[in-house]
Design a protein around this ligand. Structure first.
Ligand code: ZN
Ligand code: ZN
Length: 149
């Protein structure tokens, strides 16, 4: 079963399966929000159609509307161990952003793009040739980087 794309929280209550044939290509976001959300230097995530994500374990929901009021982020995490697992956003309907470190096979992932490098911590070097943007990426260029074509 090692070729399944599955993951879950630290305690095992929330589990998910992704209907993809291969491990997703993941990106890092170094923005301030991601640093706060993760308590780390950057988030590592991938986008997948919401209907390709099958979740069990009744994740807790936290909603956060941007101060501008134009978008709402819906974060899902484990109500027991507090691992944040995925989110949706009204700005990108139908897509889920999954925290890639929750994948069972996270050790096989490669980061193929970096955004918000203007917030990157000293001591983190982005390898030459990996696409990176100082802030958010233009959607088409970003999609191409993550798609790998
Ligand atoms: Zn948990
Ligand atoms: Zn971010």
């Amino acid at each position: 079963m090692s070729d399944q794309i599955e993951g879950g929280c630290r305690c095992g209550r929330v589990r998910y399966r992704v209907a993809l044939a291969e491990l997703p290509r993941v990106y890092a976001c170094h923005c301030r929000d991601c640093q706060t959300w993760t308590g780390s230097a950057f988030s590592v995530q991938f986008l997948v159609a919401e209907d390709q994500l099958e979740v069990s374990g009744e994740p807790a929901l936290f909603e956060l509307t941007a101060p501008e009021g134009d978008r709402t982020s819906r974060q899902r995490g484990c109500p027991v161990c507090f691992t944040r697992v995925y989110n949706t956003n009204t700005r990108r309907p139908g897509l889920a952003g999954v925290r890639a470190g929750t994948l069972d096979r996270s050790d096989e992932l490669a980061i193929v793009a970096h955004i918000w490098t203007s917030r990157k911590l000293d001591g983190i070097e982005i390898p030459a040739g990996v696409p990176a943007w100082e802030e958010g990426a233009p959607p088409e260029a970003f999609a191409a980087a993550v798609r790998g074509s």
